[in-house]
Design a protein around this ligand. Structure first.
Ligand SMILES: *Cc1c(COP(=O)(O)O)cnc(C)c1O
Length: 361
């Protein structure tokens, strides 16, 4: 049997008619850049979050970069980011010429470790990138409290957490700005690169909007040097269709995770994810931990079961961040790259496959 890690084609087939007509409608109107499909999606996405503003941008990395730029932080600022994440969470900092400071993550939920976070704050710290990794919200309320105590800004990286909730409130609505990626493999994915920023702060919204559109206030009137990072029309039309299905796909992800937890709980070599009580974990990934990771993955692979590693090299140990000299620390995030791996999960997953996966563990 073959079990794919992610099956985007299956998802497309399940909503083919809706998607195809949304694409042809956009093409027939030639609304490729700007236009109604973008306004509609932004409206829909902000309503979904009960936030005041939403700006579509080119991708999730840009969402983070633009958000940090909009905050107008002091030159030389240090910005804290978890050491276990995708590189974008940290790149957004260095691309804005700020200093990346990695903090540890907790072995319980793989998100920011609050004690370590507090230790990393200095007089130069001006913001925190709060990542909701794998679909489970980080302790965002506590992070906001720490940030407020030190007058720090908070940018939420929600690239893996569409629809995730902390105490009943959607992630992305706690910090100054919430950043989303719609990379095809995310819980809400476009048919190419796409991203969005949400905020309740009108000034920040307009600042982001200008940055993302050449600093312009009118067609050829540019207030400052910006950049080009716009959500394109076809992607927006696709995202509007898919947002209407996000809830059903999220439910399947959660059911899949519960079934994994039920069936695999008696396997001693595998540590299953801990789900915090006050959150809605949307399981972008189903990440488990084992001393025997590589052997287990090989066995699964031989049985046709795809798995992944998120992430194989902890960020501070990447060549890209060697200059920071944070590669040799010994926090959990620094060693998690040896033991973590991800089992297949997605919005159209057939739960009957879990039995076969278990047989091959
Ligand atoms: C995917 C991802 C991003 C970047 O999004 P892109 O749209 O690929 O630029 C940022 N942060 C995290 C945690 C991600 O998983």
């Amino acid at each position: 049997m073959k079990i794919k890690f992610l099956d985007l084609h299956q998802q497309y087939l399940s909503i083919k008619d809706e998607i195809d007509s949304a694409i042809s409608e956009t093409i027939s109107k030639s609304s490729f850049v700007g236009g109604n499909s973008i306004i509609e999606f932004e409206e829909q996405f902000k309503t979904y979050h009960e936030s005041d503003y939403c700006l579509g941008v080119g991708n999730g990395t840009d969402a983070l970069e633009i958000s940090l730029e909009a905050l107008n932080l002091p030159v030389g600022s240090e910005i804290i980011v978890p050491a276990n994440s995708f590189i974008s969470s940290a790149e957004a900092i260095s691309r804005n010429n700020f200093k990346v400071v990695f903090c540890d993550v907790s072995p319980i939920d793989y998100n920011i470790d609050l004690d370590d976070l507090k230790k990393r704050i200095t007089k130069n710290t001006s913001a925190i990138i709060a990542v909701h990794l794998y679909g489970q919200p980080c302790q965002i309320k506590e992070i906001i409290e720490i940030a407020n105590n030190h007058s720090l800004k908070v940018v939420e990286d929600c690239a893996q957490a569409h629809g995730a909730e902390y105490e009943g409130k959607k992630v992305g609505t706690f910090g100054d700005l919430g950043c989303f990626s719609f990379y095809p493999g995310k819980n809400l994915g476009a048919f190419g690169d796409a991203g969005a920023i949400i905020t309740n702060d009108q000034k920040l919204y307009f600042k982001c909007k200008k940055i993302a559109n050449h600093g312009r206030i009118a067609k050829y009137d540019h207030e400052f040097e910006g950049r080009n990072s716009r959500l394109d029309g076809i992607q927006a039309a696709i995202l509007s269709v898919k947002l209407n299905h996000l809830e059903e796909w999220t439910k399947v992800r959660i059911q899949t995770a519960m079934e994994y937890i039920n069936q695999l709980s008696d396997i001693d070599e595998i540590k299953l994810p801990n789900i915090k009580e006050n959150v809605r974990h949307v399981f972008h990934l189903f990440v488990v931990r084992s001393h025997k990771r590589d052997a287990i993955r090989e066995k699964l692979s031989n049985a046709g079961i795809e798995t992944g590693i998120h992430y194989p090299i902890a960020l501070p140990k990447l060549k890209a961040f060697k200059y920071l000299n944070q590669g040799d620390e010994d926090g959990f995030a620094w060693i998690s790259d040896r033991e973590l791996f991800s089992l297949p999960i997605h919005g159209n997953f057939d739960l009957n496959q879990i039995k076969y996966i278990k047989e091959n563990l």
